[in-house]
Design a protein around this ligand. Sequence first.
Ligand code: HEC
Length: 136
Amino acid sequence: MRSTPRARATLAAVALVTLAATALTSARAASMLDFDVWMRAIDRHSVDVQKNIDARKPEAAIADANELARLYGLMGTYFVDDGHAADAVTMSQSGKALAAAIPTALAAQDFDGASKAALELSHACNDCHDVHKPFQ
Ligand code: HEC
């Protein structure tokens, strides 16, 4: 069968749409993989920040807290882009605010305040997990 120019144009259009769909799917898959990487880092830093506050190591604790704030920021953006979970956006933002409160408290030698913020951050993990983990 000889293909007409019109048929070739249709084929090309179908190929383009398929390519675009594949690109979209893998972008989404990549960010879900990223998400697990962020979560494991959040897991580690949320424990380390408390240890470092308890051990009165403000510089290490500040580094952990800054990393937590960055990761919660990425998570918030993920949920904004996802568009399905307004509550997860809010929880990411309040987690980021708690993480950001830690260096501020430590700069004022307020170890109790830093500790409180770190504990509150850890206690909030399950508020999100109960509803959103695993991804639907
Ligand atoms: C705003 C939502 C949200 C918050 C807050 C949150 N998580 Fe998660 N977490 C998730 C979701 C969603 C998954 C499931 C990801 C999936 O299914 O791939 C997850 C998965 C995980 C995992 C498993 C990762 C893997 O390799 O499969 C760990 C560990 C984890 N979270 C730790 C934490 C800890 C610790 C905190 C708090 C300090 C926390 N998370 C806070 C949403 C959140």
